[in-house]
Structures are given as C-alpha cells and as structure tokens.
Design a protein around this ligand. Structure first.
Ligand code: HEC
Length: 153
C-alpha cells in the first residue's frame, strides 16, 4: 500500500495537466481556424493564378480545388462555441457567428456547395466552367466575410 502515498500529488498533477488545454483552448481554436483559412486563401489564390496564366495551369487548379473542398469539409469544426471575441482571443470572427447560427450555417452551406461545383468543374477540364464557378465561389467567401468577419483596418 505504501506506493499509493504518491497518488495524491499525482492526482493534482493530472488535474493541472488536464486543465491547461482547457485554459488555452480559445487561442488554440483561433489558431487552428486562422491557419485553415490561410490555407484556404492560398488555395483560392492558386486557382485564380492558374486561370490567369496564359495557358491555364490545370494540375495546379485541380490540386487547389481539392484543397478547397477539404477546407469546406473541415470548416464546420473551425468555429467551436467559446472561440469568438468574448473569449478574449485575438480574432476577426464576429459574435454573430454564434448568435445567428442558422444564418452562419447558410453562409457555410453556400460555400460548401460552390467548393463542390469547382471541384467538379476542374475535374472536367472545362476552363469556362472553372472560371464561372471560381467567381461564384469567391462570392460565397465575400458573402460570409461581409457579415461575419470584422473588416480589416
Ligand atoms: C462561413 C463563413 C466563411 C466563409 C464561407 C469563408 N470565410 Fe474566410 N473567414 C471567415 C471568418 C469568420 C474569418 C476570421 C477568422 C478569425 O479571425 O478567427 C475569416 C478569415 C479569412 C482569412 C484571414 C485569415 C487570417 O490570416 O487572419 C482568409 C485568408 C480567408 N478567410 C479566406 C477565405 C476564402 C478565400 C474563402 C472562400 C474560398 C473564405 N475565406 C470563405 C469566415 C468565412
């Protein structure tokens, strides 16, 4: 039984370790979200760059369209409750994301639908269709940002 004398300090240590991620969570959530959104931004830029090239860069466009689709799949997990401005974390996410969940979900759904369309268009190698769905996709980025992101100063 002697060795169980260690259990109390160990229990404290376990509680302290378990509490640390909880305290750090909002900042971590924002970090995960922002890095995902930066990758999304880079992929969207790559599609536009690929379209602007004198000869459309199909491989780059297709790879980037796939990345955008992956981002669309992950996006719903990027906005956990408690990761908004009320957390004190530095974020451009507006409180309306959580106070108007149906409206936010509609903005996400519009984006997901256009991300799927872009991926289909890019797989078809149809440059006109890719151009059209890239423009529509860009509209869904803007649609969400205009309502749910604090504008850059
Ligand atoms: C459903 C809402 C929504 C959609 C759709 C959306 N975004 Fe965003 N985006 C946000 C929010 C909210 C932020 C601010 C995140 C933060 O600061 O925590 C943001 C931030 C960003 C950032 C800045 C990240 C940084 O460096 O701080 C980039 C880049 C970005 N989005 C690109 C895009 C692109 C490109 C698309 C479309 C292909 C897109 N977003 C679609 C909501 C959205």
């Amino acid at each position: 039984m002697g060795r169980f004398k260690l259990s109390k300090p160990l229990a404290f240590a376990a509680v302290a370790l378990a509490a640390t991620p909880l305290l750090a969570a909002p900042a971590d959530d924002v970090r995960t979200r922002v890095s995902g959104l930066r990758e999304l931004g880079a992929a969207f830029k790559a599609v536009n760059d690929g379209l602007r090239a004198s000869e459309p860069q199909m491989i780059m466009i297709q790879m980037s369209a796939k990345q955008i689709k992956n981002a669309a799949t992950q996006m719903p997990s990027w906005f956990p409750k408690g990761s908004g401005p009320e957390s004190g974390a530095k974020t451009a996410a507006k409180a309306e994301i959580w106070s108007q969940p149906a409206k936010f979900k509609a903005a996400q759904d519009a984006f997901v639908a256009e991300a799927n369309n872009l991926q289909k268009a890019s797989a078809s190698n149809d440059v006109a269709a890719i151009r059209a769905s890239t423009a529509k996709l860009g509209g869904t980025c803007k649609g969400c940002h205009d309502t749910f992101r604090v504008p850059r100063t």
